[in-house]
Design a protein around this ligand. Structure first.
Ligand SMILES: Nc1ncnc2c1ncn2[C@@H]1O[C@H](COP(=O)(O)OP(=O)(O)O)[C@@H](O)[C@H]1O
Ligand SMILES: [Mg+2]
Length: 437
């Protein structure tokens, strides 16, 4: 039928027209043939380009169909897992003979993109990205991108390990620090006890003299009393001798009395100082008296030297504060002047303690000595616990630290130190007090 209609069409044309039509058709055929060839070339070029990309890419790429048949594996991946032709993906990658229970194929075929992590039998860890790939015939394959993250993983693991190590070390350090703090507190306590020990020793030494004198005088009195009774028993009483003996009895009594008074005063000031040192109770006291007691209990230390302690303190300053803290501070400052300021044969010097009341119920205490002074590089360290220039001679380095703590935490005040080498030191202490009328 169709041929007939073509023939009918030809019959309507002249042979010239037909020849012209044939030539036109031939020309057109030639043209479309070259178009076809060009399209094929372009297609081949695109294919090559794609292939080159797949081969040049550093990540692994593979394509698998729904039946788990591998359709393509790029060279990077093939280098690691071997030739892929004719393999199922579960056998090729996982050495299994059936579908893997963790297979993502179904999700991908349902149109999802899945990202997951997998470590191969050889120990390489991959970040995997599965995406659906639409084929020309309408079926869907899975395109999987393999990115080797072993190095990153290794760094991450190392980082985690060093983080864990760091956490362990921090924990260890904080335990050590706690331990050190405890030890430090114990040392501070034992330094306080040592200061109490010094107080007791000083006190015992001080008591020795008046009690010794009193005992000596008492035994002298005993002898004189016996002499009196002998004199009285004589037929003729020697009045002159009797009077002389009674005079020396009187002298001896005065001596006993004054020495016992001195001992009693010492006991009183010792009692106050010891109680103050061992308790941190606030009580009402005369600043002048506490300072006197403190200086008294240490005076045996200074007795054999030419060190003079001068105190300038109004004797009517009555306050409610912590006498124990004040006593400890002055004791430590005096001991330091004695040990550090005037040591090494320098036996003369002046220690000056000035007390003033400032506006707003503030006590201002200035303590100075004219000893060796403190080198400028040490000046900022003297309040640090354990800083001492006397370690070899048994210095604990806690005296100044205790002073600093007492002033700042117990008395809520401030403490500063200035010094010029060879000229001495000046400590300035200010703290609030409750003045009592
Ligand atoms: N009056 C002072 N004169 C000179 N140096 C002093 C004086 N007071 C303190 N220092 C210095 O401060 C340091 C710390 O004193 P301290 O804490 O009492 O410790 P320690 O007396 O056990 O050495 C001393 O070792 C000394 O170098
Ligand atoms: Mg000291």
């Amino acid at each position: 039928m169709e041929n007939n209609s073509v023939m009918a069409e030809f019959a309507n044309h002249t042979p010239e027209e037909l020849v012209a039509e044939i030539l036109r058709l031939k020309d057109e055929l030639k043209k479309s043939d070259s178009n076809y060839k060009n399209a094929g070339k372009a297609f081949d070029m695109e294919k090559d380009k794609l292939k080159n990309i797949f081969e040049a890419i550093q990540d692994g790429i593979y394509i698998v169909n729904r039946e788990c048949d591998i359709e393509y594996v790029n060279p990077v991946l093939e280098k690691q897992f071997g030739p892929y032709q004719g393999h199922k993906c579960y056998a090729y990658f996982h050495g299994r003979d059936e579908v893997c229970p963790w297979c993502k194929n179904e999700d991908v075929h349902a149109g999802k993109t899945v990202q997951w992590e997998w470590t191969s039998a050889a120990g390489t860890t991959f970040d995997l990205l599965d995406t659906p790939l639409k084929n020309q015939d309408g079926t869907i394959s899975k395109l999987e991108l393999f990115r080797d993250i072993s190095d990153r993983k290794k760094i991450e693991d190392e980082l985690k390990k060093s983080h864990d190590d760091l956490a362990d070390r921090t924990q260890e350090l904080s335990t050590t620090l706690d331990h050190l703090k405890k030890t430090q507190n114990q040392l501070v306590d034992s330094e306080k006890m040592a200061s109490l020990g010094r107080l007791v020793a000083g006190f015992a030494h001080e008591l020795n003299t008046p009690i010794g004198v009193a005992i000596g005088s008492a035994s002298m009195l005993q002898r004189k009393a016996k002499q009196v009774s002998v004199l009285m028993d004589q037929e003729e009483v020697d009045v002159d001798e009797l009077l002389a003996t009674l005079k020396s009895i009187d002298k001896g009594s005065v001596l006993i009395l004054s020495n016992l008074e001195r001992a009693a005063n010492l006991v009183t000031s010792f009692k106050r100082t010891a109680v103050d040192q061992t308790s941190d109770e606030a009580r009402v006291f005369h600043v002048h008296q506490v300072l006197n007691d403190t200086i008294n209990t240490l005076s045996n230390r200074f007795k054999k030297t030419d060190i003079v302690i001068q105190m300038d303190c109004p004797d009517n300053i009555k306050v409610k504060s912590l006498p124990g803290a004040l006593d400890q501070i002055i004791t430590n400052l005096l001991m330091n002047s004695f040990t550090h300021g005037f040591n090494e044969g320098q036996n003369a010097g002046i220690i000056q303690i000035n007390i003033q009341l400032l506006d707003g119920e503030q006590l201002h205490l200035e303590y100075s000595d004219n000893g060796k002074g403190i080198a400028s590089e040490n000046l900022e360290k003297i309040f640090e616990p354990f800083f001492t220039t006397h370690r070899a001679h048994g210095g604990s380095g806690l005296g100044m630290y205790i002073c600093y703590n007492l002033v700042t935490t117990q008395l809520h005040g401030t403490l500063t130190c200035e010094s010029i080498v060879s000229e001495g030191v000046v400590f300035k202490i200010d703290y609030p007090i409750e003045i009592q009328k």
